[in-house]
Design a protein around this ligand. Structure first.
Ligand code: DPP
Ligand code: ZN
Length: 858
């Protein structure tokens, strides 16, 4: 399959200012008539043919200017039609079978309804069209289908008219006044009900809001509706953005490749990001729903009103929109905890990407299959890059930059460069060198040293951007680091400073320090880099206990534990050093457990030890199992030494009722206590977890308890798993949790459990949520996936091969777990590679999976 390069971009030869689509809907047989007005694009090289993208089908009939024609040809999947003049009307009829569409791209059937997913290139599976984001059209859509199956018919924009005919058909006409690219087209037909509300915009527009679901799910939609209202309000206040239609529809579907999709006026959502009540959704689920509803809403401006010129610019809309949803969630849920969570996600998902064979800049230079580039790099690192601009400019100036961006490019298909230029002009920054963040992949490493002489402190920073595939040599990038110099006795400081490391090496001096201060660096995680420094344990203990920047406090605790575990896992930790490390970590943890000025939500973050994935990143040729065992050993040690502090915390947290003040934090720390107990005193932990499970009046407590039980070899494990299954059988999202908990567990037979679950009657490869609930969880299970005999690798390879013909997009997402082989010790590394080679040699792979496997083996 061929490679597409960013440098080859050419505007399309034709414009399509208007398109009318007529759908005769049937689950197995849908007929689509597309009527397009096309005109020559004066900004493009002229052509006497038009090339329309398709995917695996031929047109039923074609008319040009009202006349049937046979003078068309196919070039691969594309349709070529000769067009002599400068304006034409094209009419193309296609036929599709939504029920046979297991890829879930284009128009497909899910749970009795029909819905669409067109980003990035799904529209071409519905009809022939220039399926690229820089061709913007006004859409008018008519549809009809059997009214018993499809009583509700939805599309982008506003409903113009609808009705029923005597022969049992329902029909509807929709019109979207805003020109849009084809990837934002959406259509839904089904037996749905809505939770409806209204929102009045800042200029008085009355907007009807609907959350459409199947009837049995209606009671679990209030949180989604409220989240939508909050998003609309917040975007007015934080970014000055107002909604631009009278209607906002969200539809929840159970078969969906992504989290959700921002189609103009008709968002289609994975049920996972819509449905919630306290009985079936955890606190984390509630937050994720709020975040994703916000994310898709914010796309209305950053994505829809201003879209992307080509898919290399994906981070233009995704990086910016992730930043926007992060800032929204910070405001809704609390800044400190949200920031820590976002950094944890970045480190777990993006850092490994950036250090592995799939590393790419946030604006990639080439791809075979664009679906493979909906990555943590484009999304999360993209957001961090824009966040750095905001840090450098300050929030007010940054807002002037985004105002200018929205103003300047409204209605356009823009580029990342357009965005940077608008921020530069609007916020008054010089971003010349900063543009390297768009071009260079790899997580920069910053080496830090601090010296003290007389009254002067000197901070020396050196940066190194590691080589990544196709980019052996890197230039120094501008790295904004917020720092503070803390008094080593009191932890106090005289204010923060932002230092810019914009060369390979740079020094900064600070006056007036009678004694050497303790450096707090990358406060708030101002730059997505790794910090390397020699720092005394005592200093980290001070920062973990006293730093007034919550992120820096979290970071000090992480650093303390990472240093210890990495040394331990390498086997070069003498007994004395081990004892000293354990003592320091115990003291820091004791301070966290007993600090009455901390709220439990923050305490819960500080109690989380660095993940095995993050630890693996710090070690060359790592042994994941021994790292995981060291980590569990540390938990056991802490659980023992701090047993009374943990129990006191549990007892206090347990008394807070579901809606009480601080209840969410309380729930978080309760399960943490159980997890430490599971490592240190499994019997006691089983008892306490069973008690929490039985007493739970909400999913957070119940799932937390079951998670802990899943890792223990006890009779309670079997009882509660069975109880959970019976209690929630039929609720797909909760049964997903049941699969995940077993696949993630540290139980010694987790791998066999996963094998058995794959044969469970509730398991299917056709539903992406279910596949991910079992296998994505398993691929993230450090001990089971990395079992020394390679059985875990073989299972994931088998899954990829079985899933690829059904749903290539989802299958390809499993390849990176095997692609980490370079970071792993030799024995396992070889086994991982063998599985990749087995996939590569299987033949008939999708473009998605082929690309990921080929890059992973390179
Ligand atoms: N639906 C995906 C998202 O919102 C892709 N645009 O990120
Ligand atoms: Zn998005």
């Amino acid at each position: 399959p061929s490679i597409i390069f960013r440098k080859d971009y050419q505007p399309f030869a034709w414009r399509v200012p208007e398109i009318a689509l007529d759908f005769v809907l049937g689950a197995e047989d849908t007929r689509v008539t597309s009527t397009m007005q096309v005109e020559r694009n004066p900004d493009a090289a002229a052509s006497d043919t038009i090339r329309l993208n398709g995917d695996g089908q031929e047109p039923v009939s074609i008319k040009v200017d009202g006349e049937a024609t046979n003078s068309w040809s196919m070039d691969g999947d594309d349709l070529i039609i000769p067009l002599p003049g400068s304006n034409h009307e094209l009419e193309i009829v296609t036929k599709i079978n939504p029920a046979a569409n297991t890829q879930l791209e284009g128009l497909y059937a899910s749970n009795g309804m029909l819905c669409t997913q067109c980003e990035a290139e799904g529209f071409r599976r519905i009809t022939f069209f220039p399926d690229r984001p820089d061709v913007l059209s006004v859409y008018s859509v008519s549809m009809r289908g059997p009214k018993d199956q499809f009583p509700v018919l939805l599309c982008n924009g506003n409903e113009v008219a609808s009705g029923e005919t005597d022969d049992g058909m329902r029909w509807a006409d929709w019109h979207d006044p805003w020109p849009k690219p084809s990837y934002l087209f959406a259509l839904v037909a089904g037996d749905l009900v809505a939770n409806s509300g209204t929102f009045t915009t800042m200029n008085g527009r009355e907007v009807t809001l609907n959350i459409w679901v199947r009837e049995e799910d209606l009671a679990r939609t209030d949180h989604a509706l409220e989240s939508l209202r909050k998003s609309m309000k917040w975007d007015e206040e934080a970014f000055g953005r107002e909604y631009d239609l009278d209607l906002y529809n969200i539809v929840a579907v159970s078969d969906f490749n992504m989290g959700a999709m921002e189609n103009k006026g008709l968002n289609v959502f994975n049920t996972k990001y819509v449905l919630a009540d306290k009985e079936t959704a955890t606190d984390a689920d509630f937050d994720a729903i709020e975040g994703v509803i916000g994310h898709e809403y914010f796309h209305n401006w950053s994505g829809n009103r201003i879209t992307c010129r080509d898919w290399f610019q994906l981070s233009l809309k995704e990086g910016f929109t992730v930043l926007r949803d992060q800032l929204f969630s910070q405001d809704m849920q609390g800044e400190a905890v949200k920031r820590i969570e976002d950094v944890r996600i970045l480190r777990a998902a993006q850092f490994p990407e950036d250090s592995g064979p799939l590393a790419h800049p946030i604006r990639p230079d080439s791809y075979r299959e664009i679906s493979n580039f909906y990555t943590a790099t484009v999304y999360n690192k993209g957001a961090e890059v824009i966040r750095m601009m905001r840090t450098m400019a300050g929030p007010q100036k940054f807002r002037e930059g985004t105002d200018l961006y929205f103003d300047r490019h409204d209605g356009e298909a823009a580029t990342c460069e357009d965005f940077v230029k608008a921020i530069e002009d609007g916020a008054g920054l010089d971003l010349e060198q900063f543009r390297l963040w768009y071009r260079q992949a790899g997580t920069p490493r910053v080496e830090v040293s601090l010296t003290h002489q007389g009254e002067t402190v000197t901070l020396t920073l050196k940066q190194h951007v590691p080589a990544t595939p196709g980019q052996p040599d890197k230039k120094p990038m501008p790295i904004p680091l917020r720092i503070a110099l803390l008094d080593r006795e009191t932890g106090a400081h005289d204010g923060e400073q932002l230092v810019m490391l914009d060369a390979a090496e740079k020094s900064f001096t600070f006056q007036g320090f009678a004694s050497k201060p303790v450096l707090s660096i990358n406060r708030g995680f101002t730059a997505p880099v790794t910090i390397q420094r020699e720092i005394d344990r005592d200093e980290l203990v001070l920062l973990a206990a006293r730093d007034d920047d919550p992120f820096a406090r979290y970071e000090a605790m992480q650093e303390l534990v990472v240093g210890h575990l990495v040394a331990a896992a390498k086997g070069d930790l003498p007994d004395e050093a081990r004892a000293a490390g354990e003592a320091a970590i115990t003291e820091a943890m004791r301070a966290i457990l007993t600090d009455t000025s901390l709220d439990d939500a923050m305490r819960g973050e500080l109690l989380i030890l660095p993940s095995v994935t993050y630890l693996l990143e710090q070690v060359e040729k790592a042994d994941p199992v021994s790292i995981s065992e060291e980590r569990e050993g540390l938990k056991a040690m802490l659980g023992q030494r701090l047993a009374s502090e943990f129990h006191a915390l549990y007892d206090r947290a347990e008394k807070i009722p579901y809606d009480g003040e601080g209840a969410r934090g309380a729930r978080k720390v309760k399960t943490q206590v159980l997890a430490y107990a599971a490592a240190s005193d499994p019997e006691k932990a089983a008892e306490l977890a069973a008690y929490q499970y039985d007493k739970a009046d909400n999913m957070t407590d119940r799932q937390g308890a079951l998670m802990v039980l899943c890792g223990l070899d006890t009779a309670e494990r079997t009882h509660k798993l069975l109880d959970f299954y019976n209690r929630y059988r039929g609720n797909a999202l909760v049964i997903d949790k049941w699969f995940t908990l077993q696949a993630l567990s540290l139980h010694p037979h987790a791998l066999e459990h996963v094998q058995a679950l794959a044969d469970h009657s509730d398991f299917t490869l056709k539903n992406p949520n279910r596949v991910r609930s079992l296998y994505m969880a398993f691929a993230g299970n450090p001990q089971a996936f990395h079992r020394a005999d390679g059985e875990g690798y073989r299972m994931i390879a088998d899954l990829i091969l079985a899933l690829d013909p059904i749903n290539p997009q989802t299958a390809a997402r499993f390849v990176p777990s095997l692609g980490r082989w370079r970071k792993i010790e030799e024995g396992r590394s070889k086994l991982m590679r063998e599985q990749l080679e087995r996939i590569r040699d299987a033949g008939n792979l999708s473009r998605d999976t082929y690309e990921q496997v080929a890059r992973s083996l390179d």
